[in-house]
Design a protein around this ligand. Structure first.
Ligand SMILES: [Zn+2]
Length: 242
């Protein structure tokens, strides 16, 4: 049992959380959900100690409530924030394992908002980087430095094409080079897991985008090639110290 009097309360909103949880457990009142989102994951981003205190009840409710699952997933996306509740989060290991199962089941049902649930699951697996940055591959641009010559390279994966280029603010993307997608059998680790999950759930747009994201780009300046995902991760690793 959570001792709510022991929960740090920087926003002063934790006190009403237990009552709000009671409300949504008994009927799914939209207003109570709005208040819970404000108290536990403000603007879909900011988490507080009460967020992790509420996680066990949200995950239990997640068996029958997509809203609870979504809120629990969004809270996990904020796990690296400076929320002062690492002890509460550590106590939630079993709850987070349960959340992973429920989110995975939800993905199998191919919900609208698939990408949102997919990114929630990435966070529940501790893949905070991809959880934060994975796009819908509609018009995604990645701004990287060539690891060889350090020239700035723009990588496009989406409806504009799949290419690396030197971006010129007047002329647009110049010196375009086609990307070389990874073969699915060459994918490993998180990239492989993401790809397999997307294929399992019939999300062809996601599976295809991932082969490019984990594929290779050629630097238009020095002609060396590099793995896009590796350079992008290196340039954008979330830092809990900041
Ligand atoms: Zn280069």
């Amino acid at each position: 049992m959570i001792d709510w009097t022991q929960v740090l309360d920087p926003l002063g909103s934790a006190g009403r959380v237990p009552a709000l949880l009671d409300q949504v457990e008994h009927d799914e009142g939209a207003e109570a959900w709005d208040h819970l989102w404000d108290a536990l994951c403000l603007e879909g981003e900011t988490v507080v100690p009460a967020s992790f205190a509420a996680l066990p009840r949200l995950v239990a409710l997640g068996r029958r409530s997509p809203e609870a699952l979504s809120l629990a997933g969004s809270i996990m996306r904020g796990a690296l924030q400076d929320h002062g509740a690492d002890d509460l989060l550590l106590k939630c290991i079993d709850v987070v394992a349960q959340l992973r199962k429920l989110l995975d089941q939800r993905l199998k049902s191919r919900p609208t908002g698939y990408l949102h649930a997919f990114r929630d699951l990435l966070a529940a697996y501790g893949q905070y980087h991809w959880s934060a940055v994975l796009g819908d591959f509609a018009d995604d641009f990645y701004h990287l430095c060539c690891p060889c010559c350090e020239v700035k390279v723009t990588v496009a994966i989406g409806d504009y094409g799949q290419y690396s280029a030197i971006r010129d603010w007047h002329a647009g993307d110049t010196e375009k080079r086609e990307l070389k997608p990874a073969s699915p059998e060459d994918l490993a680790g998180t990239g492989r897991w993401m790809y397999d999950t997307a294929v399992r759930d019939g999300q062809d747009w996601l599976a295809k985008g991932l082969t490019y994201l984990f594929g290779r780009a050629e630097c238009p300046h020095c002609a060396s090639t590099f793995v896009i995902a590796a350079e992008y991760t290196a340039a954008n690793l979330p830092s809990p110290e900041e």
